[in-house]
Write a protein that binds this ligand. Structure first.
Ligand code: GTB
Length: 217
């Protein structure tokens, strides 16, 4: 049975690959696993059929052989565990790659998401101009630490892994913020991820969804 994932029928990012189905698509492309995509409107995401898959009414989800998953981290981990190439073979290296996945989701991504949410929901509020530098500084702390860890290395811990995949996608959400320009090494790290053929196939596939929706009027 071919795996099915869910994605936005019409992504607010206009096909820039910032929504989290991109992580799942990228992981599937890295391991060479075919997949189908069920596109959902915002309304459909809150209907019982989708809530049965994800109680929080969000994308992405993953279904295969009676297994239904939500949470991009859990889905990417599942894909990585089923196929070689996204996790090292040795037990310790494998656990460190999983640690980096958690780090992307639990340490690096939250202040990035908070900044995005503030922009979306508070930018007209009188306190926004005063709050933004504080949000930026919280992100700068993490970027400084990440950059120090990365040093001259190509990837976070040896070969490219699911940890890099999650980290690079989380960092991409800062593209429009200007913050990444302060960290050319992290920009180069992101670019290395984006240069991977699997990333490019995943990006093209999700862009095609936006292009088709736009062409349809
Ligand atoms: N922790 C969950 C995971 O990692 O899977 C979070 C899932 C999540 O946030 N899903 C979002 C969603 O379904 C889409 S990815 N939102 C609709 C809702 O909650 O009703 C977040 C996202 C959305 C849009 C952009 N963008 O346009 O740039 C970027 C990221």
């Amino acid at each position: 049975m071919t795996a099915t994932i869910t994605a936005f029928e019409s992504s607010p990012d206009r096909g820039q690959g910032l929504a989290r189905d991109m992580r799942v698509r990228w992981a599937l492309e890295e391991v060479g696993k075919p997949y189908e995509v069920r596109l959902l409107s915002f309304k459909a995401m809150k209907q019982p059929a989708h809530l049965a898959l994800n109680p929080f009414g969000q994308i992405p989800t993953f279904e295969e052989d009676g297994l239904a998953l939500f949470e991009s981290g859990a889905i990417v981990l599942h894909i990585a565990e089923q196929h070689p190439s996204l996790l090292p073979d040795d037990a310790k290296g494998r656990m460190r790659a999983i640690m980096w996945m958690f780090s992307a989701l639990a340490t690096v991504e939250p202040p990035i998401v908070e900044r995005s949410a503030a922009y979306l929901m508070e930018r007209e509020k009188p306190w926004y101009a005063e709050r933004l530098p504080m949000l930026d500084d919280r992100i700068r702390v993490r970027l400084t630490e990440l950059s120090r860890h990365l040093g001259d290395s190509e990837w976070l811990d040896g070969a490219f892994s699911a940890g890099d995949l999650m980290m690079i996608h989380a960092l991409r959400r800062l593209e429009s913020s200007g913050l990444l320009k302060e960290f050319p090494d992290l920009e180069a790290y992101i670019a290395r991820g984006q240069a991977r053929p699997a990333y490019q196939r995943a990006f093209a596939a999700q862009l095609q969804v936006f292009a088709a929706a736009t062409a349809g009027g």
